[in-house]
Design a protein around this ligand. Structure first.
Ligand code: AMP
Ligand code: MG
Length: 414
């Protein structure tokens, strides 16, 4: 067994973050359509080739005028709608052009009098009593959102709806993104049976391989589920050896189960026999205490990271969210991922034992006044039914025992 190195949550999180920070961006890039880029990490900056907006744009339906003339009556000489070129003949004194949202401002006009603020008689309009207008009102000037050639989105950002909209607004039909990192998943346990297979009373279905695969895909990685390993040192070592081989080298190994102190927990020994170095072998958290993190040597000289995640399904899921997720973000080239801790108001009194940082399955009620949180009744770290009823974890700091309704608490979203 490697020498035990049990860290606090903060220490372990900084160890993982420090390793994540040293990872270079992925070598492999590919150009994909806007729709296919969703969830990928950008490998190039998105620059706009032209000014945005490309013309002085009316933001309201109304009348394009000179603001200085607001106290006078205007003669309405024409109509401009979105999709029409701007009128280049300068606006004459006292002239107004009816204009629709999204249309280019006519030359010489500097503001839009909103239709709701105008009184119209035939071809003449006036501002309603007391309505003022200053230059720039209801107009977005050309280039005020982005100058030509400026960066709209930087490389290393995960592509979501906003980034896709930004790229489309620059006229880009496709984006250069990083290839997804390959994440190998090994469940361990003699008791495991795959869903869909016949099961005996003493056996349980393998759920960790599938929850981990879902989390990996959500994190921007490609999940490679391997056959579950039996609790056997030789078999575990062979599986790790084949995952180390360069022809099918994955960027990260996730092994679930077999990392506790039980007689048949061979994962740490197998890793050590394969040349692993261990950065920590446990974290003072619950669930998830036996978590191990380290690196294996690969034939090409690179380091292959691994997490040995505790086998209890809730522990597996929460330790992935707390630690593995961050490393996968870095492997995927995403530079600004942060574990989604937010604050919520506790809706009930909660008692806890001090000593460990706890992550209790909880339901967060999202309300515009702010989120509130209450715990879900659960039977411990194997309770997938409770997990499935929850949508977050309530974080219980290690120092205190009683938390009162109304207190601000940290929660981990998922
Ligand atoms: P271990 O960490 O191997 O001691 O496993 C702790 C608990 O988690 C045991 O009750 C296991 O049966 C259960 N467990 C381990 N691996 C899985 C898995 N892949 N899917 C569901 N439960 C598991
Ligand atoms: Mg086991």
């Amino acid at each position: 067994m490697p020498a035990e190195q049990i860290l606090t949550y903060d220490e372990a999180a900084s160890v993982v973050a420090a390793h994540a920070a040293t990872l270079p961006p992925p070598k492999f890039t590919t150009r994909v359509s806007l729709a296919a880029a969703h969830g990928c990490v950008l490998a190039e900056n998105i620059r706009t080739p032209r000014a945005l907006p490309p013309f002085d744009r009316a933001t309201r339906d109304g009348f394009a005028v000179r603001a200085a003339e607001i106290k006078q009556a205007f003669h309405v000489s024409g109509l401009l709608r979105a999709g029409q070129p701007a009128v280049t003949a300068p606006l004459a004194a006292g002239e107004a052009i009816e204009i629709m949202t999204g249309a280019p401002m006519p030359f010489g006009a500097d503001a839009v009098l909103m239709i709701e603020h105008a009184e119209r008689t035939g071809e003449r309009i006036r501002a309603s009593t007391g309505r003022m207008l200053v230059p720039g009102d209801n107009v977005v000037p050309r280039g005020s959102e982005a100058a030509p050639g400026s960066i709209m989105v930087t490389a290393g950002v995960r592509v979501g709806a906003a980034q896709i909209a930004a790229a489309a607004s620059c006229g880009m039909p496709d984006l250069l993104v990083f290839g997804r990192p390959n994440i190998a998943i090994f469940a361990t346990g003699d008791e495991l049976i795959e869903p869909g297979e016949p099961v005996l009373d003493h056996q349980i279905y393998n759920s960790n391989a599938y929850s981990l695969a879902a989390q990996v895909e959500e994190a921007g990685g490609r999940a490679l589920i391997h056959r579950a390993l039996s609790d056997d040192l030789g078999a575990t070592e062979n599986a790790i050896a084949s995952a180390q081989a360069s022809d099918n080298a994955s960027d990260l190994l996730l092994v679930s189960g077999g990392v506790s102190m039980g007689k048949f927990d061979y994962v740490e020994t197998a890793l050590r026999n394969r040349g692993a170095e261990f950065f920590f072998t446990g974290v003072r958290i619950q669930p998830g205490k036996p978590l191990v993190f380290g690196g294996l040597p690969r034939p090409d000289g690179a380091r292959q990271y691994f997490f040995g995640l505790p086998g209890n399904p809730v522990s597996t899921l929460v330790t992935f969210s707390l630690f593995a997720r961050l490393l996968i973000a870095a492997l995927a080239g995403e530079h600004s991922y942060a574990v989604p801790f937010v604050s919520a108001t506790l809706a009930e009194e909660v008692h806890s034992k001090p000593g460990l940082t706890r992550f209790l399955p909880a339901v967060v009620h999202h309300d515009i006044a702010g989120p509130t949180v209450r715990t879900v009744l659960w039977q411990g770290s194997g309770d997938l039914a409770a997990l499935a009823r929850s949508n977050a974890f309530l974080v219980i700091p290690p120092q205190r025992e009683v938390f009162l309704a109304g207190e601000a608490m940290t929660i981990l979203l998922r």
